[in-house]
Design a protein around this ligand. Structure first.
Ligand code: MG
Length: 322
């Protein structure tokens, strides 16, 4: 295993953009091969977030949070508006029936899009109090929905509607839609954000973006042991992310963590060691999702654009929620 920074620059076939890959460990090249090209697939968003690949339709869906809309992109059709208004949607995932689950800031809920196109509420509050603004979510193999609820959609009118927090805290929740059971699984985050399971679902990763509004606030990813499939223990800092902070993240079939950061996507081992980076030519990168026909395309949302790069790995089932 070679450690030490190795930079690989390649020119894009799709425009005047340089793909810059930084390997801190030679294992990185087995995940993101030298010569992989970063494509800019779509631009014009204000703050792109929440990518999910809809395998049945062969397209990616993502949110432009401040512009209150969702987009879709496919290789054959390109990019187009998927839903507008979107209730200031943010994170997206699919349930086990392939239905789109969406975090909505304005309605402060998790919604589900039914096969007929109607959008219904899955869950919108805890013990009679509304959520802050659900940000990101992941679906576990048992169908439960794990999601984060920081206040970004109620802090101002930019990403939702300025409002008071009814809960008085920023929690990580688990919701079991089969029995309607909602529980707080972690209550000690500053601003919980991206969320993903390890491939065997024994570990839950949750980013804390408290550093986005407080200079000395957290900019790390925490890891928890999943106990009995429904609760968490042994919370610890998995990795400090710099520059910037982790917003959205995904896990591949090998257990490696692909996380957003200020300068692009950072790839970490399950032990939290930095393997390398896919640098993105704008600030900042918000999230990523595996997809494409065989699940090996890494789609990346950054502020103004959607990017993609072909990897030599695939998303873990829980990470891609397909
Ligand atoms: Mg987020």
């Amino acid at each position: 295993m070679l450690r030490g920074l190795v930079v690989h620059d390649g020119f894009s076939l799709f425009g005047p953009m340089i793909t810059r890959l930084e390997a801190y460990d030679s294992l990185f090249w087995s995940l993101v091969p030298r010569g992989a090209v970063l494509e800019r697939l779509f631009s014009g968003t204000a703050w792109a977030e929440g990518p999910v690949y809809v395998r049945d339709g062969g397209y990616l869906v993502w949110s432009d949070v401040p512009n209150n809309r969702m987009y879709r992109w496919s290789r054959s059709a390109g990019g187009s508006v998927h839903r507008a208004p979107s209730n200031y949607s943010n994170g997206n995932a699919l349930d086990h029936c392939g239905r789109l689950l969406t975090c909505e800031h304005l309605t402060r809920r998790i919604s589900r899009t039914e096969p007929d196109g109607s959008v219904v509420t899955v869950v919108d509050g805890y013990e009679g109090k509304r959520f802050n603004s659900p940000n990101d979510l992941v679906v576990k193999s048992d169908g439960s929905i794990w999601f984060t609820d920081p206040p970004y959609g109620i802090l101002s009118d930019y990403e939702g509607r300025r409002s008071a927090s009814e809960l008085g805290g920023n929690f990580v929740f688990r919701f079991d839609p089969s029995v309607g059971e909602l529980s707080i699984v972690s209550d000690d985050f500053d601003k919980p954000n991206g969320i993903a399971f390890s491939p065997d679902e024994s570990v839950l990763y949750v980013a804390d973006t408290g550093g986005s509004h407080t200079p000395d606030g957290p900019h790390h990813i925490r890891a928890f042991d999943v106990v009995g499939g429904s609760s968490l223990s042994n919370g610890r800092v998995f990795a400090e992310i710099s520059p910037g902070f982790a917003d959205g993240l995904r896990v591949d079939i090998g257990g490696n963590v692909f996380t957003s950061a200020f300068d692009g996507i950072h790839v970490l081992t399950a032990a939290g060691e930095m393997l390398g980076k896919v640098l993105v030519p704008e600030r900042a990168t918000s999230n990523c999702a595996f997809g494409g026909e065989d699940g090996s395309t890494l789609f990346i949302t950054a502020s103004t654009a959607l990017y993609a790069i072909e990897t030599a790995t695939k998303g873990a089932t829980g990470a891609t929620a397909v």
